[in-house]
Design a binder for this molecule. Sequence first.
Ligand code: ATP
Length: 325
Amino acid sequence: MGKIQCIGILTSGGDAPGMNAAIRAVTRAGISNGFNIMGVYRGYEGLIKGEVKPFTTEDVSGIITRGGTILKTARCKEFTTPEGRQKAFETCQRVGIDALVVIGGNGSLTGARDFGMEFDFPVIGLPGTIDNDLYGTDATIGYDTTMNTIMECVDRIRDTANSHERIFFVEVMGRDAGFLAQNCAIACGAEAAIVPEETTDVDQLAQFMGRGIRKSKKSCIVIVSESPKCGALYYADRVKKEFPEFDVRVSILGHLQRGGSPSAHDRILASCTGAGAIEAIKQGQRNVMVGIRNNEVVYVPFSECIRTDKRFDKRLITVLNELSI
Ligand code: ATP
């Protein structure tokens, strides 16, 4: 492949606050370094269908403050097939995209890896997901804002829990990872967190009730990671059956967790990794995700960052337990 002139940029998977800041950073850093930038709409679906538009600096004006993604996003089944990725490659050839920056989560970067390897195509990833489930970066774009959003919601729920002396099970997002639940529980002063990382070997509800949760407290908040089988409703039902003396309520925060103006942390992370993506292309790197580790920009091979077993520091469980007495 010859010299890279035009860089395509897309957002994929669930939207995350800070994706716009990342789009702005890639566009502006790209233009500053002499590249043409092409916005690709609706993630991989738009890449397959050829929904592209040349981007100028004006196209990304005023978006650093906005949640969501101006490029739209999608979950695209066709791209998981070799035929779908072939169509996406043909679009790149047709419109003149010779490198791609993909902003998304685990699935999006898995697709990016396959695409890059199959067509020997330079692809750089940015960690754009509220779940924080990517290896090689201390945080993902959107995670900090989402934690703050959850914290504000739970602070309000706490008022009601206190006033009515209730147990609240608050369900938060996170897919198969408990980062949001565990850290938000600490940030909110919750009494417990129920996270997927722990469910295999212990009954977390029994543990929590066994700690005599209501001995010293009249109300409590339990943050529960979303799960098709064992979400907040499941645990609330169990408490109602096993401990009918408690007044139990459920609050599923749902999609309000995704939106909103990104925090300063997410804007800076998106800006630095976005500029880092252009630097990576200049250095001739490919098939890497740009992350920030210990305040330094790092380039992490896709195969490493998409490992599915990223776990939070188990000491956080001890911290929560010790502080929630
Ligand atoms: P979030 O963390 O917000 O859920 P994500 O990027 O993990 O974001 P997914 O829905 O898992 O979201 O993936 C987004 C898109 O990436 C999929 O719709 C699909 O087009 C592509 N993708 C996911 N997994 C693969 C895979 N194994 N091979 C190729 N493409 C994939």
